[in-house]
Design a binder for this molecule. Sequence first.
Ligand code: C5P
Length: 402
Amino acid sequence: MSSSLQGKHIVLGITGSIAAYKAAVLARLLIKCGAEVQIVITPAGKEFITPITLSAITSKPVISEFFSNRDGTWNSHVDLGLWADAMLVAPATAATIGKMAHGIADNMLVTTYLSARAQVFVAPAMDLDMFAHPSTTDNLEILRKRGNLIIEPASGELASHLVGKGRMEEPEKIVAVLEAFFNKKQILSGKRILITAGPTYEKIDPVRFIGNYSTGKMGVAIANELYRRGAQVDLVLGPSVEIPEEGINTVRVESAEEMLAACRKVVSWCHAAVFTAAVADYRPAERSDSKIKREQKGDMELLLKRNPDIAATLGQEKHEGQFFMGFSLETDRGLTEAKRKLEVKNFDAIVLNTLQDAGAGFGGNTNKVTLIDRSGLEDSFPLKSKTEVAADLADYLVRKLQ
Ligand code: C5P
């Protein structure tokens, strides 16, 4: 069977650790799997393994300096960052991990890291004291929060000899992590998924609107995650500053009516839909074309009309085999309300987030959700970053769409 690494572009970053010699084995294994490997080495890395050995393995010149030693041409870290399907830093020293965490781009490796758009993997290698130092653990936490994957030997394997903590994971296992990543990546290929996200703005006049505090972060994180796993994603996005992945078909809308119209264009072709948008329930009955002037005295009344319920409307028209997931943001009686909405909106699953839970709901980068479905599933997840919640929900959708 061919490896999921076949044809993949991997930037392999090597730093100044005694484990650098293992990077040669790593490069060879990646190439055996069919990957194209471009090595970027730090100046300290070259003290441990020579670029000649490495370039003989990858059949490409090893990059170390900002300028090529041979002809003085500039090595473009931006091009390299965009070329990469994955960047793997192995071995990663405490110094490089610190520089990556804080954007100290004083060498080609960290500069490339700052330009990389692809998934980054980091395999730390250092002695136990350095590994256990709060400075290192904090920096690794920063990388983790950013979505970088830290590859370490499983703790069980080290239990008998704690001194091994901090040693680099074996090259075979690192390659297996990358292969699993690319396998997962394509698992939704051929599936088309509609996602609504963000708030809606309902115009009162050219300068005023009715809106809500939704940022679109959760919905865009889900769209990105499903896209990275190979789905064709249609994202209908209300006013939001979030920037979805480039390959996502993003339609920007403002009002609930526009959102419904945009969804209708694609929904019948979709295998699944995820309704994360916080749609305004009402819109002004009349929209003034000119700015409404303030009255000299007295109050103002604004007549509101009910907006369409996008999820419920499309839920009633759902085809056989389509899987619809809704969201339910509650302040109280969360479970009861979520279960009611699962029924009335004809969802197959619903994700409950309760504003009573600290760190959950609008804004913020974290969320705490409970996933409920028609098979009786009621799965409560701990507080996680929205990216991690998106990965959990994507894992669930992958199971349901197979
Ligand atoms: O009824 P409630 O607004 O709490 O329902 C939340 C779910 O319904 C979410 O999935 C939301 O995206 C969807 N919804 C919608 N259109 C509306 C109101 C809610 O699609 N007008």
